[in-house]
Design a protein around this ligand. Structure first.
Ligand code: PA5
Length: 442
């Protein structure tokens, strides 16, 4: 089981910037309990994902493994989950195994051009993932690939799987009209909470992971997270600590710092979840994705001596699964020889703890998640723990952790300029902004 170590948020360890146990307990946990148990937001449906029927995911996973390439089209919650699964559980996947996986989220044309140069569409399965079925980026790349398939005389029925809402949206209509393969995302599970739905699980199956293991892990941690004693529930403790740091100490940045390359994409997944769920009404903590040891040589200086407005969340890996000894060479050079007879896993683990100590000595709060190893079971736990903790933090802040009203304005302006009906007024606003902006060019 993953565990949470919170000594480095306490006053005993970090001094005045720290919290007391009373601070952690001062949250309204009864309210959180009530909201969770009564499912006061239907979007809490993600809590039941560990119990879902996965037979269709397994079936399509087997179908997908016949192909040489698996292309995911999706963005936000529809891309970051699949990407973190591949990176964590099948590192260097495309160099080693097939189907190779390409996740196209950003609509950077060069990226798609290069993917299309690398792959043969005839040997590819395309998984279009969009809960709403209306996201511009995903719709655009879907339309491009639909036409490409047609131009090559290839059938979408063979080469596409659509993952979307079971009833609603453009993609569901297209599934019905063209009899496409599809998977359903529970109607109440929203994008960033959907990694343990077909959104992430199909990709897991494609890269050879038994998605049952992820769900089992999630289920185990889920039980622990639905006990509403703050000091016994890792999700509630995490939510309480981050909330209290924000409210009592005015800290407004959360740094996610896993000590493994395999969790780099996970770090981005967490940041999307945390940012879109909590950043509302002037509240929340801005997340910052990071990775150790790399960022010790980049961000650490600022964390040690710059503004003190953040909390660091370490993910410490107990067993890397492999190790490499550092050989006894250059014995005569003292600056190198101290490393001999140690190992790379030892070095990265020592560096993680050393950074924790250094930060706490300088009064910076850190929470450490101890992850026994990076496998499907524990990754499932990590996803579920942070999903639950984020929803809990949202309730503590008094915001709706499942919507994202702040992204609408930019979308509407885009719709206007791209000619979507109903958004004509936005064109004028857009063009007047552009005109004004042009006055300030040097
Ligand atoms: O978390 C969210 O809800 C969003 O980030 C969505 O995942 C993102 O906007 C993509 O939405 P959709 O899956 O509807 O295309």
């Amino acid at each position: 089981m993953i565990r949470i170590t919170y000594s480095n948020i306490t006053r005993d360890l970090i001094g005045a910037n720290g919290l007391t146990e009373d601070d952690l307990l001062a949250i309204d946990s009864a309210k959180i309990q009530d909201m969770f148990l009564k499912k006061s937001y239907p979007e809490l449906a993600f809590l039941d994902l560990p119990k879902q029927d996965i037979s269709e995911i397994k079936k399509i996973g087997e179908y997908a493994r016949q192909f040489e390439n698996f292309i995911v089209l999706g963005i936000g919650g529809s891309a970051l989950g699949p990407r973190s699964i591949v990176e964590a559980l099948s590192p260097f996947h495309n160099y080693l195994r097939k189907p190779r996986v390409f996740i196209y989220d950003n609509v950077d044309p060069l990226t798609l051009k290069k993917i299309l140069e690398i792959i043969d569409l005839d040997k590819s399965l395309i998984n279009v993932i969009s809960k709403s079925g209306s996201t511009a980026e995903t719709a655009a790349s879907f339309m491009v690939l639909w036409q490409r398939l047609k131009d090559l005389g290839l059938s979408p029925q063979r080469h596409m799987v659509i993952t979307t809402d079971p009833e609603r949206g453009n993609l569901r209509k297209i599934v019905r009209d063209f009899h496409l393969r599809s998977l359903s995302i529970h109607p109440n599970v929203v994008g960033r909470y959907s990694v343990l739905s077909p959104v992430g699980l199909l990709t897991a199956e494609v890269v050879g992971i038994d998605c049952r293991d992820m769900l089992e892990g999630a289920s185990e941690i889920g039980k622990k997270c639905l006990n509403f004693e703050v000091m016994e529930n890792p999700a509630l403790l995490f939510a309480s600590a981050l909330y209290q740091f924000n409210v009592l100490k005015k800290l407004n940045i959360t740094v996610m710092l896993p000590y493994s390359d395999r969790l780099k994409a996970f770090s981005e997944w967490f940041c999307q979840l945390w940012a879109e769920s909590l950043g509302k009404d002037g509240k929340g903590l801005i997340p910052y994705p990071s990775v150790g040891t790399t960022d010790q040589h980049s961000q650490l200086q600022a964390w040690m001596e710059g503004p003190k407005s953040f909390v660091v969340v370490f993910i410490a890996i107990e067993d890397y699964g492999v190790d490499i000894e550092i050989p006894v060479v250059f014995n005569e050079i003292e600056g190198l020889s101290y490393l001999s007879n140690h190992s790379l896993a030892e070095l990265i683990k020592i560096e993680q703890e050393a950074t924790e100590i250094a930060l706490s000595k300088s009064g910076k709060p850190c929470i450490t998640i101890q992850m026994p190893k990076i496998d499907a079971y524990h990754l499932g736990q990590l996803f579920h723990l942070f999903s639950i903790a984020t929803a809990m933090a949202g309730f503590l802040f008094g915001v709706n952790p499942f919507n994202q009203p702040g992204v609408e304005e930019g979308k509407d302006l885009t719709y206007g300029m791209m000619g979507k009906r109903g958004y004509e007024k936005k064109i004028e606003e857009f063009l007047s902004y552009r005109k004004n902006k042009n006055r300030f060019v040097i």
